[in-house]
Ligand binder design. Structure first.
Ligand code: PLP
Length: 432
């Protein structure tokens, strides 16, 4: 019997899925009304995912029935502690790690910040040099800027046109002062997967620690930290149908990392603060489910993605795929449409009930072109016309047809209004 199972049985649900779970929530009617009033197609799974109903069900008892503080010593507290240990085993098993190597955090940002700051300060006597890539998420780039202010030196590796670092550049950048390499597993904007295994081998050979931000990879790609020689790995539950605000950092046994949060003795004195028990339980169930279904999910999502991608590239002129065609996250499409603004396209798609992104959700609202697209050598004016669609488990063939039709209509409409497009058409007709 798993922790809390006896109590869980006391809770009854009318039916399955989100409708049943949300039936007493005051927001449900509003949300249901919005959703019923128009078609809604969600293609922004790299920003976040809907929490799986099985995950929600597993979490619920830990809010109001089994609410004991895992640090306390009575029965319901011990149940909470056992639930955390159970989730720790599930996370470890999905990564090929040991449970003692998993530390729960508040999500991807905290895991990235902790990995970099924790390694930097714990190993300062050994060296002061960190290597990362130019296309990392801001959760890594901004903490690198902070470390530079603290006296550390950071090298930002360039990427090729598809967004991949070169192993020779990495080798050349490592010095005897280098303590850490942090390169993401897969990029959140263009989906390109890095040569993680080679990076791990180079780092191990040269005695340098290797951290990877696998926030977009977990649930989408198979990961084995031992085989890939990864020393630290960040993940976040809300990217693979788990709850928001909970994640984990894998720290290989023996790696010296300073504590990031200071206070109580939680997480073996490494990460203070009362644990988010429902969130951690949800993370455990989500990662276990993701690992069990990875092959089926990935092949289905990839085939829908390819159908949509090929249709856009074949049938809408002056478009360009960003990122590697093959080595990319299974659900990711990142396309630049010449002569239009990504924000205008996004608004038209939103009016048609389609949720997508111009780049990274973390930088939405900013009018700066994406640092990732610029690093691949894309000119700023083309980067501005980019759209990211990220497909997930609930998408269907029907969604693909609908989204394609709406994109085609929207691009045509925006181009008709674009003076740049008018100039292009004029120049083209003069050259004929
Ligand atoms: N790293 C990557 C690659 C991401 O895509 C994100 C979020 O989009 C994060 C880190 C931050 O994760 P969280 O939202 O859990 O803080």
């Amino acid at each position: 019997m798993t922790p809390g199972q006896a109590k869980i049985k006391q809770i009854t649900y009318e039916g399955n899925g989100h409708d049943a779970i949300c039936s007493s929530c005051p927001w449900t009617n509003t949300v249901m009304t919005i959703m019923a009033s128009q078609k809604m197609v969600y293609m922004d799974h790299s920003a976040t995912t809907a929490t799986d109903p099985d995950v929600v069900k597993a979490m619920l008892p830990w809010f109001s029935l089994m609410y004991g503080n895992p640090s306390s010593l009575y029965k319901i507290a011990l149940e909470s502690k056992a639930a955390i240990d159970d989730a720790r085993k599930k996370v470890a098993s999905a990564l090929g790690a040991e449970p003692e190597e998993i530390y729960f955090t508040s999500g991807g940002t905290e895991s990235d910040n902790w990995a970099l700051v924790g390694v930097a300060f714990a190993n300062r006597k050994k060296g002061d040099h960190i290597i990362t890539s130019a296309i990392e998420h801001h959760a890594v780039l901004h903490i690198c800027k902070y470390l530079e202010k603290q006296g550390f030196k950071v090298t930002y590796l360039p990427v090729d046109k598809d967004g991949r670092i070169q192993i020779d550049d990495l080798r050349a950048a490592i010095t005897d002062r280098t303590i850490l390499v942090s390169v993401m597993f897969a990029n959140n904007e263009i989906g390109t997967i890095q040569p993680v295994k080679e990076i791990g081998s180079v780092c191990r050979e040269r005695g340098v620690l290797f951290h990877t931000d696998a926030v977009q990879a977990v649930g989408n790609l198979s990961i084995d930290v031992a085989e890939m020689k990864i020393d630290l790995l960040s993940l976040s539950a809300h990217k693979f149908y788990g709850p928001k605000g909970v994640g984990a950092l894998y720290i290989r046994k023996g790696v010296r990392v300073d504590s990031y949060m200071h206070g109580g003795a939680q997480e073996r004195r490494k990460r203070a603060g009362t644990e988010n028990v429902p969130g951690i339980v949800g993370l455990g169930v989500a990662i276990e489910k993701a690992a069990q279904n990875i092959d089926n999910n990935v092949s289905r999502i990839r085939s829908l993605r390819d159908k949509l991608l090929d249709k856009i590239l074949d049938e809408i002129p002056n478009t360009r795929l960003n990122g590697d065609r093959n080595d990319r996250l299974p659900g990711n499409i990142n396309i630049s449409f010449q002569f239009i603004e990504g924000e205008s396209l996004l608004l038209l798609l939103d009016n048609a009930g389609i949720a997508a992104s111009t780049g990274s959700a973390c930088s939405s609202g900013s009018l700066e072109p994406s640092h990732v697209l610029l690093a691949t050598g894309l000119p700023a004016e083309i980067a501005h016309g980019s759209l990211r669609l990220t497909l997930g488990v609930e998408n269907t063939d029907e969604d693909v047809s609908y989204v394609f039709d709406e994109i085609k209509k929207a691009v045509e409409r925006l181009r008709v209004m674009s003076p740049l497009y008018a100039d292009y058409i004029k120049a083209r007709s003069c050259n004929v």
